[in-house]
Write a protein that binds this ligand. Structure first.
Ligand code: NAD
Length: 491
């Protein structure tokens, strides 16, 4: 594909993105404020859209509240069939959707295509789950009553998403919510709102009724969410983003006692034991580090390697990381796209300088890339001491620090020495040892001999400061359901 074709195709796709704030039966405010979206590969503006106010958020909530009762009463099969139509519409527009993701977020087109399949799969999965959630019916232990439970939608839900997976983070929330019978207001990240607007258009075209899905784009996320969370028509907040914002939202939610789902930050350890298949461990480490350019909450933030195999591991790992081509995600030769913005590049540079200042050695990369766009190269740091900031804070970029450990006890202790608990990765051939380590790791998910954990059929989520609740799997729909218990007298 030459660049002229790429540009024309991109313009056509951008034209198909609605620039209003919403789908739904409400009229946005008339103050005509706008929000400009930039391409992180070029730092050039790509589209200007409406910038919603807190008042727009309340109007969207009004539409969601008005539609709630009717939507809750639709049959599970109707909701299932509609979601299936949406799934097919997204798959039908895969190429446009993938290009849009690359344009606004920066990841490579091939990764964007993978995200579209993954994101659409949540819609397919919950189209199937919509007809499956169950209550129970049992005799009470004393035999005097019958315990009957049923599930009801929690009601209008505010869904707040981050910029790193513009489609998948939205569908992972919208699909279970709609399947459960909830209406929603989606507030996408201000850096990547275009994919959500395009998705909203597909939802509307597939026949999702007015008010059931509302999208509000804004540069004032705190003001908008605060206004909505004070309004008792809202019943739930599902948030994916940083722990600092998540904690603020949990505090705000107490006022209206809102149901909460929190998918927050991580600090994943990737542990390579001395009996690991080293080639597979290297493959897993490259995937766990470079997927989404390292901008993933489950990215391996710390690589812990047994000292007896560390030299061999670092040698192989460094060779793979050194061969990664950095560039614009639309270029088919690119394996690593730009970071989302200048702050993300500054954070990588700061953490690398900090680690080197404390005794680490840069084996690959470690230097900013001059020029337009927000690029930072794949980087391997060896002999990183525990005092380095990168061992404690999420770098959210393609920087891999290697720490050498001596015993299993030390590996577990270092792995758990973090307030976060989202994902961990283990590489070992000994499954008894693996199970023992899995039992001790404080994280919601563990990848064994592989560098990815995400799967639509699995419960994604963390413990400790990484969050509350689960997304995906049969667990994901429960987050949008209340249990109602009825006691029948056993006359
Ligand atoms: P962020 O917390 O800055 O923003 C996330 C969303 O919250 C955005 O839509 C933003 O506009 C909104 N927001 C910001 N401040 C807010 C406020 N005061 N009130 C209400 N909304 C507010 O996070 P980010 O930089 O977009 O995303 C990166 C973070 O997300 C990382 O820490 C990453 O680990 C985490 N993340 C977690 C998961 C997971 O499933 N656990 C998945 C992806 C990303």
């Amino acid at each position: 594909m030459n660049s002229l074709q790429t540009t024309t195709q991109a313009e056509r796709i951008l034209d198909a993105v609605p620039d209003e704030l919403f789908i739904g039966g409400w009229t946005p405010s008339q103050d005509h404020r706008t929000l400009t979206v930039y391409n992180p590969a070029t730092d050039l503006p790509i589209k200007t859209i409406a910038d919603g106010s807190p008042d727009d958020g309340l109007k969207a909530l009004g539409a969601a509240a008005q539609a709630a009762q009717h939507w809750a009463r639709t049959s599970p099969l109707d909701r299932s069939n509609l979601l299936r139509k949406v799934y097919e519409a997204v798959i039908d527009k895969s190429e446009e959707m993938a290009t849009l993701i690359t344009l606004e977020m920066g990841k490579t087109l091939s990764e964007a295509r993978t995200e579209v399949v993954y994101g659409a799969d949540y819609i397919r999965w919950y189209s199937e789950e919509a007809v499956r959630f169950e209550g129970r019916n049992r005799l009470s232990p004393d035999g005097l009553s019958r315990i009957v439970t049923s599930k009801e939608p929690v009601g209008p839900s505010l869904l707040i998403t981050p910029w790193n997976f513009p489609l998948a983070m939205a569908t992972r929330k919208i699909a279970p919510a709609l399947a459960a019978g909830c209406t929603v207001i989606l507030k996408p990240a201000e850096l990547t709102p275009l994919t959500s607007l395009f998705l909203a258009r597909l939802l509307g075209e597939a026949g999702v009724p007015e008010g059931v899905v509302n999208v509000v784009t804004t540069s004032n996320a705190p003001g908008l969410s605060e206004a909505m969370m004070k309004d008792n028509r809202l019943r739930k907040v599902s948030f994916t983003g940083s722990t600092v914002v998540g904690k603020r939202l949990v505090a705000q939610a107490s006022d209206q006692m809102l149901r909460m789902s929190m998918e927050l930050g991580g600090n994943a350890p990737l542990i390579v034991f001395e009996d690991a298949d080293l080639d597979n461990a290297v493959k897993g480490a490259v995937t766990a580090k470079l997927r989404n350019g390292g901008q993933s909450c489950v990215a391996s933030n710390r690589i812990l390697v047994h000292e007896s195999v560390a030299d061999a591991f670092v040698d192989k790992f460094a060779r793979q990381m050194a061969g990664v081509t950095l560039g614009n995600g639309l270029d088919p030769a690119t394996a690593l796209g730009p970071l989302i913005d200048g702050r993300a590049v500054d954070k990588c540079a700061l953490f690398v300088e900090d680690a080197i200042g404390k005794g680490a050695r840069a084996v690959v990369g470690g230097k900013r890339v001059p020029g337009a766009g927000h690029f930072y190269p794949a980087t391997v740091l060896d002999h990183v001491p525990l005092e380095a900031r990168i061992m404690h804070e999420e770098v959210f970029g393609p920087v891999a620090p290697v720490y050498r450990f001596a015993t299993d006890e030390e590996a577990v202790s270092v792995a758990n020495d973090t307030p976060f608990g989202l994902a961990s990765f283990i590489f070992s051939r000994d499954l008894n040892r693996v199970q023992g380590i899995v039992d001790q790791l404080q994280s919601g998910m563990v990848g064994v001999n592989r560098g990815t954990v995400s799967n639509v059929a699995a419960p994604f989520g963390g413990i400790k400061h990484s969050g509350l609740g689960r997304e995906g799997g049969s667990e994901g729909i429960e987050e949008y359901l209340n249990v109602k218990y009825v006691a029948y007298d056993r006359a």
